[in-house]
Design a protein around this ligand. Structure first.
Ligand SMILES: [Zn+2]
Length: 394
């Protein structure tokens, strides 16, 4: 029996954001894309009994990638407190619902960068057809009482670092997450600009993760923590805010250049909350804080999309809100869509799997009303989401 074929036609198809096809079509067979191109060409390749959906004035584009979420957090006012009171089936049910919200809003690939009790692994294991592809880190590696210690990843010394890497790898981790600096959610822990690990310890961690074939994602607000993480050879820097003191940054060009040379990407973790933060900081400081993205882009650092969904107000169903930060910074919409699809997929090691629409790629796509190259807000008007060939109405 041959797998079912579906043809999607629309006024615009974006195999990748920089190469729009007017009046295009995508042919899907089973879980994969079989053909993408001009409507007539693709229709000629479809079998006579293929199901044909025409979306009129809509745009078909690759499914979005969110490289930084926390399925364990509920995006409410006190995610840490709520998590402390939640466990077992209730925790898993919450994680599944949040993964569904991501998918319904067009995110077909998601990377969870820290949870408790192996939540993301459990969600993935109970995955039915309504969930996105999930990459997961398990418990982030931190120091005693350190940033997000409540996830269960406290370590003291090299042996415990290696042991936690082993445990996460055994549980099915796709990436090792380390809290290289302090953060905002852990009273009593290091400040955001202070390091929790030095370059030597991070080197031990990266080397040991490498034995399992796993990349490392480093949470690093502090400029020192960023520099140490780059020195150690991590794969992505999360937040990457270059802080040295409260409201004070130190953009170290030699470090950013190394990131560019070594292919170490930066994930801005910009949530839909960025406007509120901008207004609270005032335009001058906001330009400095968010301007780091423009500065890194100019130096050739790869930027990837992530929202830190799960933190207060960082909801799971608004991937567009975070992307609009880049628009405010002056990035072109083509470039923004590249960050959210092809670039993020490549950095996650999925460059041959998803992030673009081409023959042989996973059928991960999104149909939206209008043209997101003219107005990013078009991404809100989801008509259809397809994840590995499975359809979900918007
Ligand atoms: Zn995070």
């Amino acid at each position: 029996m041959t797998a079912e074929e579906t043809v999607l036609t629309a006024r615009q198809v974006l195999p990748e954001p920089s190469a729009p096809i007017r009046d295009g079509a995508v042919l899907v067979r089973g879980e994969s894309v079989v053909a993408v191109g001009a409507r007539a060409d693709v229709l000629a390749q479809a079998s006579p009994d293929a199901v044909h959906h025409d979306f009129g004035d809509a745009t078909v584009l690759p499914g979005l990638v969110n490289c930084h979420v926390h399925l364990a957090f509920d995006a409410g006012k006190d995610p840490v407190g709520t998590l402390a009171e939640t466990s077992g089936d209730a925790l898993i049910a919450g994680g599944i619902e949040r993964a569904r919200q991501l998918l319904r809003s067009g995110v077909t690939t998601v990377r969870d960068l820290g949870d408790r009790d192996g939540l993301a692994f459990a969600v993935r294991a109970r995955a039915d057809e309504t969930l996105p592809r999930i990459l997961a880190a398990g418990a982030p590696i931190t120091v005693p009482g350190g940033h997000c210690h409540f996830f269960g990843g406290e370590t003291t010394g090299d042996d415990e670092i290696r042991a936690l890497v082993d445990a996460n790898a055994a549980a099915g981790a796709d990436v090792i997450k380390v809290m290289a600096s302090g953060g905002q959610m852990t009273p009593g822990g290091a400040n955001m600009w202070e390091s929790q690990f030095d370059a030597r310890q991070l080197g031990v961690l990266v080397e040991h993760a490498g034995r399992h074939g796993l990349p490392v994602a480093a949470h690093a607000h502090g400029a020192d923590a960023i520099e140490a993480s780059v020195e150690a050879g991590v794969s992505t820097i999360e937040h990457c805010t270059w802080m040295v003191a409260p409201q004070q940054t130190d953009l170290r060009e030699h470090v950013a250049k190394k990131m560019a040379e070594r292919g170490i990407a930066a994930c801005s973790t910009s949530s839909p909350n960025w406007r509120m933060m901008r207004d609270r900081m005032g335009p001058e400081i906001a330009k400095k804080v968010y301007g780091r993205l423009t500065w890194m882009d100019g130096l050739g650092v790869t930027l990837i999309a992530g929202t830190d969904a799960g933190l207060p107000g960082s909801v799971f169903d608004n991937p567009v809100g975070g992307l609009e930060l880049y628009e405010w910074l002056g990035f072109s919409r083509t470039r923004i869509l590249e960050i959210a699809t092809v670039d993020s997929a490549r950095v996650l090691g999925l460059g041959e799997v998803t992030g673009r629409l081409a023959a042989g790629y996973s059928a991960d796509l999104l149909v939206v009303d209008g043209d997101p190259l003219k107005a990013l807000s078009a991404l809100h008007d989801v008509r259809l989401v397809m994840a590995r060939g499975l359809q979900l109405a918007g």
